[in-house]
Design a protein around this ligand. Structure first.
Ligand code: ADP
Length: 167
């Protein structure tokens, strides 16, 4: 790599309420093709999150601590503005099924309109995680089901504790 080569920086925006093994799969794979990946935790989501932004950031930090080029930050406002502020050229998103497609396409197109210098790249889910979402994790956990193979092991207890505390 020459000294003047521009770093490939990407952001991976989302709610991550909480981070799942599906998210982690996208993170590990995109971190291999980028020099730096910033996981960007949305504050202004229309969904009412179960975990506060501080909790969501802390859970992700635990899950990615072994991956050296991955960073975690909460952000508010437009995704493209956050991407610009961090010098990112790409926005990473994951695609599970056709049901994700229409929404993701709209977001990618409006973001490209707002910031033509930034591209959205999609990683298709690994098959074993195609059914997996934060909502599924919360649903299963709320009924006392086993979420062992749904979330990173290091955050398992924190997620279970949330429900044991009667959320
Ligand atoms: P958002 O509220 O922005 O959709 P999420 O945390 O639900 O935030 O998802 C963030 C991104 O991760 C989205 O692009 C979503 O499609 C992707 N994603 C979520 N779960 C999976 C999974 N199991 N496999 C691949 N991508 C996923």
């Amino acid at each position: 790599m020459s000294a003047t080569k521009q770093l490939r920086i990407g952001i991976y925006p989302g709610s991550f309420d909480p981070i799942t093994l599906g998210h982690l799969d996208v993170i590990e794979r995109s971190a291999k093709i980028l020099d730096r990946l910033i996981i960007s935790v949305l504050l202004n989501s229309t969904k009412r999150p179960l975990f506060s932004s501080e909790e969501r950031v802390a859970l992700i930090e635990q899950a990615v601590k072994e991956i050296p080029n991955v960073y975690v930050e909460a952000f508010d406002g437009l995704t493209v503005e956050f991407a610009r502020a961090r010098g990112a050229q790409v926005i990473v998103r994951g695609l599970r099924a056709v049901s994700d497609f229409e929404y993701e396409l709209q977001i990618a197109q409006i973001n490209h309109k707002l910031a033509p210098e930034i591209d959205t790249i999609f990683l298709t889910t690994s098959v074993e995680y195609s059914y997996l979402s934060s909502s599924i994790v919360k649903e299963v956990a709320s009924y006392g089901g086993d979420i062992t193979r749904l979330v990173p092991e290091c955050i398992l207890q924190t997620v279970l504790d949330k429900y044991n505390k009667g959320v």
